[in-house]
Design a protein around this ligand. Sequence first.
Ligand SMILES: Cc1ncc(COP(=O)(O)O)c(C=O)c1O
Length: 383
Amino acid sequence: MTTPHDVAALRAREYAWMANDPAIFLNAASVGPMPASAVDVANTWSRMRAQPHRLPFERMLDAAATARAQFAALVGADADEIALMPNTTYGLNLAARALPLRPGTILTFDGEFPSCVYPFQALGSRGINLELIPRRHGLPDEDALVAAIARPEVVAVVVSWVQFATGYVADLARIGAACREHGVFFIVDGIQGCGVRPIDLHALPIDIFASGAQKWQLSPWGTGFVYVRRALVTALDPIDVGWACMKTSTDYTRLTEYDFDFFDDARRFEVVTLAYQDFAIANASTRILLDIGVDAVAAHITSLGSRIVEWAQARADVRLVTPADPARRAGVISFSSDSLHDMASRLDAAQVVHTVREGAIRLSPHCYNTGAEIERVLEILDN
Ligand SMILES: Cc1ncc(COP(=O)(O)O)c(C=O)c1O
């Protein structure tokens, strides 16, 4: 059984400012607030960075190794299948350009964040086109996608795990199984679910899974990772080639041997000097999620989301965009209304941090939010 998450203790320890700040932060789907222990690491590393001779090389390598291990732990992968990346999109570009895709069609859902679109639209000169599966009642049409995967010209599928605007959670096992059956690559943008919803990548037929850490993983901008399925790691060549892809990069006495020998693990996709400081900070943030437990975080945000869902369903003038079924939603809850602008203005006036995406108000509670905050927000929306 999942141990219930102690929000009060987390807030006291990591988000003390929330007790005195009138703002209610419900916007992890845009950017996650860094916890106090991550801010401490940032300060420590900034001081060391001001005197780089106080910052041993081993500590930098250790920050990177820990980041790979902790990202891997969040998604049920091994550290050697993880390459550190500055964001989601770079990992998706790796998928677009490193996978051996023959000319044909890549499928995605209409309504995806552009990171699932542009890197694949860019493959036109290779005879590869991107097809958008039309929405059904405003949501991804998974039946249509699965049916389309059987078409012989389909070479890959790319979807986000949790959609940025609708909050819809894709059935990765079902889509992946159809991809496997038809010899089609399966690529996932994981940023809106990673860290707040359990996933076991080893148990799923996913080839490449990319996530930035700046949102739900409460980490600095410029941090993230890409998972490459083990069997593909050494089969794929990096799309950009730099000194850091090579085995010699950890031994500064061998740099000018120019030994063109990629790492045998996913580090081969890390091209340049890493943002060690930012990954050290990210490690403090992901440590918190791992310590709470992704299951417990998921249970917490699902229960906060359920309250918003109940409220939306009870109001005749509000249309829930996100599926009501808890299996089909994570932290993103969106709803629209004819009085959307009025509602958004009231949220702004009351300092409820939210966003409006694709004509809907998007609330995205995380592990630090309380049931009382959600009740307060619903009260503001009602008045
Ligand atoms: C689904 C999705 N993918 C990607 C991104 C961002 O991409 P990146 O991390 O490359 O900036 C966002 C949000 O900004 C998103 O919601």
